[in-house]
Design a protein around this ligand. Structure first.
Ligand code: ANZ
Length: 858
């Protein structure tokens, strides 16, 4: 019995591609390079080779980019489609510690496993360009780039407050610690510490990182997250003066984004850590202030920021003079003002800032409205006090109760007040950013050593380019010591070099991924990180596909490095990734008892298709949940490949729904796409086809001429798939192929069979190659031109219109495609059923919806 047999034909074609090096992509200047073709650089976020192997989320993005890579090759592009391993860093080291092996060993093993799995899925990567960030031949250049960054004055050492994670034994970057002060990796508590660390001056690029987002074809959500992370605020520093108390006469500067509300400032607030706090406290208030400051020190930043929390604070006993009207306002200390932002002090305007409003309500402070509420604007807060209604509005409007700026709209009022303050030396326009410099040292082992030695004066000296790489020494006991001393300080033969003591910290895991897309351009270059010609030909990346979780870490860091390299003339584009696409997350199913406890999916008992508790027999409820080991609902792609083949897995993942949306995995649905592939196989190869790959008995397609109905269906399919692929609508492209299959009649003639195989091949490349070979071709179809469609065949010559009488369907008529309203009306009125129905009555009104219906209103 002939059958479609992916388990034999898929490995055959994988070996063929490898042996023939089908997807080797020459660079400009190399043999086989065709300079007349346009280029397309399509990149996956390279994986961190975890110990768990591939999960079904990996092939989702990889299949999409592979389909596009194959499509673009067929469309005549030179396609760069590489793959590599993000193999240095904390997760790799954590895994090694957990399994009790050395990270070098586990990393090599995990890469081997990942590569085997990825190969088995038939992706058309150019493996000659494979890189691993933990390879000395790679990190040599990471160190080389660090040297360029240092020479540009963008790397410095500083004693900084950092996040220290006891469990991980290292400091972490702001981006690696969540809002609750827990590490992103492992979820361990982190605390603030002052340590001397390497910092990279990403803040010097804040403006450009923000402005250049505009020209990028990226999801709006990611752009917004980056913009918010950079957090540019335009406003003014305004200087008040202490009116009384121990600090009388001292200037007190606040940062505000609303200088137009200066007349509405009814009190001032300093962060508990503000250096002037102890001096501002009057003798009567001193002990209360001290107690408050101590208590605030014990709270986390998150608790302090949360505006749902009760506001707390204490009066210092002193007052400050408002520079515009000379009024004295009380100075408070409260922890809703953060020491790390702005000047650590604010002027509080309860009528127009909700945090200030809440505080004023809690402590009975005055509220003065200074911005007229715009029509339609709702207050964000309302409260009653002493029989009066008090409101807080935060929108813009016209200034009121503000003698110097009354009647001015907000923008003008801001500019006017700021100019006046500037002229009197009481303030200035400022731009502030939330972005902080990037903390670039880690007290770990499994990372890039810094190319740095400290001379006898303790000054950092950079290792010469010719002496790179500074190799990571082999260290048996590589685990963190639990002190601030990095593991490398214990590498005795290594730490002391002839030039001085080496830097014992290593770089963070983001370093290697900051530039891997550049190494792919010229991965085997031993003289340079990349050649100029290759760089200017291939860059920028035309499409970058990966998960949305990288919004502010990798994607911001890589843009920063790229801009530095651009300024050094080492790359030719301002931005690395022109188009970014985030694939949606694939989730699994979990099972819960009515009481809410979770049962591992693998342990669920099934009875007549219903899930039951394994011991109690209670019925269970199915809910969608992220795949995780603890829920036992992780789907292993290897199992799917074994059972259905790689082409079926590829097709299923693309058919689940739009690429950017979240989807629920359901293995039962793979059978449907598998059936489609089997039917496609038999449609072309015939019912009697043998299962062995590449049998010399060639197909004898039907002699022409082509069946006109099939021809139409085929051209519609080619057009739809082409347009869907250009727009990354993989699921609807697959539907169009399924529609064709339903309309096709075997046997197809040669031109039809070939066109369909070429359209199917990017999705199901193994089957595509197999059928192409059986159609008598000696070479891979990878570079065959994409089939063209005939527009005339894509339209129906006749259209069916629904005919309604008074809105009720009464008949259907056929009209020539493109008929105008008059023709549609005439056809409807001439229809025998309608004539009979109207019984001679003339409709008062006729409504025509072109191409759809005619409604006759009697
Ligand atoms: C007076 C005012 C009136 C403000 C008004 C807002 C509205 P962004 O946009 O995030 O930069 N602020 C300044 N420094 C602060 C700190 N260290 N901790 C907490 N809050 C601080 O926010 C700037 C605004 O946040 C500033 O403008 C200040 O409140 C407050 F109708 O000043 B504003």
């Amino acid at each position: 019995m002939p059958r479609y047999s992916p388990e034999t034909l898929e490995p055959f074609w994988q070996e063929y591609w490898e042996k023939e090096r089908t997807f080797r992509t020459p660079n400009p200047g190399q043999p086989g390079f065709d300079a007349t073709r346009p280029k397309y650089y399509v990149l996956d976020m390279f994986p961190y080779p975890s110990g768990d192997g591939l999960h079904v989320g990996h092939p989702e993005g990889y299949t999409a980019t592979d389909i596009l890579a194959r499509f673009k090759r067929s469309r005549g592009f030179n396609v760069l489609h590489p793959m590599g391993w993000d193999s240095f860093g904390l997760p790799a080291e954590q895994y090694a510690i957990k399994t009790g092996a050395h990270p070098a060993e586990t990393t090599a093993r995990n890469i081997g496993r990942f590569k085997g799995q990825i190969r088995r899925l038939g992706f058309s990567y150019d493996w000659d360009r494979e890189v691993a960030t933990s390879d000395p031949g790679y990190y040599r250049w990471t160190q080389w780039i660090f040297r360029r960054i240092f020479e540009k004055g963008l790397a410095y050492q500083a004693e900084v407050p950092v996040w220290w994670c006891e469990q991980l034994g290292t400091v972490l970057a702001n981006e690696e610690v969540d809002a609750e002060g827990m590490s992103e990796v492992g979820g361990y508590p982190c605390v603030r510490r002052n340590l001397r660390q390497w910092m990279l001056k990403i803040t010097a690029y804040a403006d450009r990182l923000l402005e250049d987002l505009e020209g990028l074809d990226w999801p709006a959500g990611i752009k917004k997250m980056q913009a918010d992370w950079i957090g540019k605020s335009e406003g003014a520093d305004v200087t008040f003066v202490a009116a009384d108390g121990p600090a009388k006469g001292e200037p007190l500067t606040v940062f505000t984004t609303r200088p137009d509300t200066l007349y509405g400032a009814t009190y001032m607030v300093l962060a508990p850590e503000h250096p002037l706090v102890p001096r501002l406290a009057s003798p009567e208030q001193a002990s209360a202030v001290r107690a408050y400051v101590e208590a605030a020190g014990r709270k986390s930043e998150l608790d302090r920021k949360a505006d749902t929390k009760e506001k707390s604070g204490v009066f210092t006993g002193s007052h400050a003079i408002n520079p515009v009207d000379g009024r004295a306002i009380p100075i408070w200390v409260a922890d809703y003002v953060l020491a790390s932002y702005g000047t650590g002090a604010i002027m509080a305007v309860p009528a127009h800032d909700e945090r200030d409003f809440d505080f004023a309500m809690a402590f009975g402070l005055p509220v003065i409205q200074v911005v007229e509420q715009a029509p339609g604007e709702e207050p964000v807060r309302k409260a009653q006090r002493e029989g009066r209604e008090l409101c807080c509005t935060v929108g813009e409007g016209r200034a009121i109760n503000s003698p110097l700026i009354n009647g001015m709209p907000t923008a003008e009022a801001k500019a006017s007040i700021t100019a006046r303050l500037e002229s009197q030396g009481q303030g200035r326009r400022v731009v502030r950013y939330k972005l902080r410099d990037w903390l670039f040292s880690r007290q770990r082992y499994w990372g890039e050593p810094f190319p740095v030695v400290f001379d006898s004066q303790g000054q950092p000296q950079l290792v010469a380019d010719g002496e790179l790489p500074v190799r990571l020494p082999e260290l048996e006991s590589y685990k963190p010591s639990g002190t601030f001393e990095p593991p490398l300080s214990r590498a005795e033969g290594w730490i002391n070099s002839p030039q001085g003591r080496r830097e014992a910290n290593v770089m963070p895991q983001w370093a290697g991924s900051c530039w891997y897309y550049l190494r792919f351009l010229d991965a085997r270059n031993l003289e340079q990180a990349w050649g100029k010609e290759a760089e200017s030909y291939w860059m920028p990346v035309d499409l970058y596909v990966g998960g949305a979780e990288h919004a502010v870490l990798h994607l911001l860091y890589a843009r920063f490095w790229h801009k530095v390299l651009f300024d050094l003339g080492l790359v030719s584009t301002k931005e690395p990734f022109q188009k970014l696409f985030n694939q949606g997350m694939i989730v699994g199913t979990a099972y819960k008892t009515p009481a809410g406890s979770v049962v591992k999916t693998s342990e669920v008992r099934w009875q007549e298709g219903k899930p039951l508790h394994p011991s109690s027999g209670e019925p269970l409820q199915a809910v969608t949940a992220k795949m995780s080991k603890s829920l036992g609902n992780v789907v292993n792609p290897d199992d799917i490949v074994r059972e259905f083949g790689a082409d079926s897995l590829r097709l299923y993942e693309m058919f689940m729904g739009p690429l950017d949306q979240g989807k629920v995995w359901d293995t039962a649905n793979i059978a449907g796409v598998h059936r489609f592939l089997r039917r496609s196989f038999h449609l072309i190869a015939g019912e009697e086809a043998s299962e062995a790959p590449c049998r010399p008995e060639l197909l004898k397609p039907a002699p022409g001429p082509a069946d006109p109905a099939v021809q139409k269906a085929l051209h519609r399919c080619i057009k739809a798939v082409t347009q869907d692929l250009e727009a990354m609508r993989f699921n609807t492209a697959i539907s169009s192929m399924m529609t064709f299959l339903n309309e096709a009649k075997a046997p197809l003639c040669r031109s039809q069979a070939e066109a369909f195989v070429l359209v199917l091949a990017p999705f199901a490349p193994h089957l595509g190659e197999e059928l192409w070979r059986r159609l008598g071709h000696g070479q891979s179809l990878a570079y065959e031109p994409w089939p063209a469609w005939d527009e005339a065949l894509c339209h129906d010559s006749q259209l069916e219109l629904a005919v309604q009488v008074a809105g009720k369907l009464r008949s259907r008529v056929l009209v020539p495609a493109g008929s105008d309203e008059a023709a549609a009306r005439a056809a409807a009125l001439a229809d025998p059923k309608i004539i009979e129905f109207l019984k001679g009555a003339v409709p008062k009104k006729v409504i025509v919806v072109p191409g759809k219906l005619v409604n006759l209103i009697p």
